[in-house]
Ligand binder design. Structure first.
Ligand code: K1U
Ligand code: ZN
Length: 159
């Protein structure tokens, strides 16, 4: 069974820290699987399209990305939630775009953020398998927003 976790709010130190990498002996572990499951439950409960471990008070490099069409991005693709361990953006498109963002850690504030239109991200799965995936549009925005969380950056600092 998994639980909804409390979400850290702007002003709390955990959101300003650079999160630690997941280490080799943490892959395939029950705790990493439980963390990912609890993050997903928390994201869904809060109606989010992404979440990063520091938002649930765990300073580790774990994110979930879960694009779906919505009022602001009606053409966004519906994707199953993807858990990314130690994600790194290895290519940014030269093209950038402005898009609206919100944050589970900054309630009641939204803003237009300029980001790369597309990114190639390299990450490990929960089992430690290396993946490289290209994203564009809204999913690429979510990836950049979540990796910012791993580096202690909130979208309001990019306004
Ligand atoms: O990391 C987070 O705080 C989650 C955040 C992800 C995000 C939203 C919009 C642009 C980039 C990244 C949220 O999900 S906040 C909720 C939200 O803004 C939203 C929810 C459903 C559809 C569209 C936006
Ligand atoms: Zn956020």
């Amino acid at each position: 069974m998994s639980v909804v976790l409390p979400v850290a709010q702007r002003g709390e130190e955990i959101l300003t820290l650079k999160a630690a990498s997941v280490t080799q002996n943490e892959f395939n572990s029950a705790w990493l699987e439980q963390l990912a499951l609890a993050m997903q439950v928390t994201m869904l409960e809060r109606n989010g399209v992404g979440i990063a471990a520091p938002q649930v008070y765990i300073s580790k490099r774990v994110i979930i990305v879960a694009s779906r069409p919505n009022l602001r991005y009606p053409d966004a693709p519906e994707m199953p939630a993807v858990t990314m361990i130690n994600p790194e953006i290895v290519e940014y498109s030269a093209e950038t775009c402005l898009g609206e963002e919100g944050c589970l850690s900054v309630p009641e504030q939204r803003g237009q953020v300029e980001r790369a239109y597309a990114v190639k991200v390299r990450y490990d799965t929960l089992q430690g398998e290396r993946v490289e995936q290209y994203y564009e549009g809204f999913p690429a925005r979510i990836v950049q927003h979540e990796i910012d969380h791993l580096n202690g950056i909130l979208f309001v600092e990019r306004l």
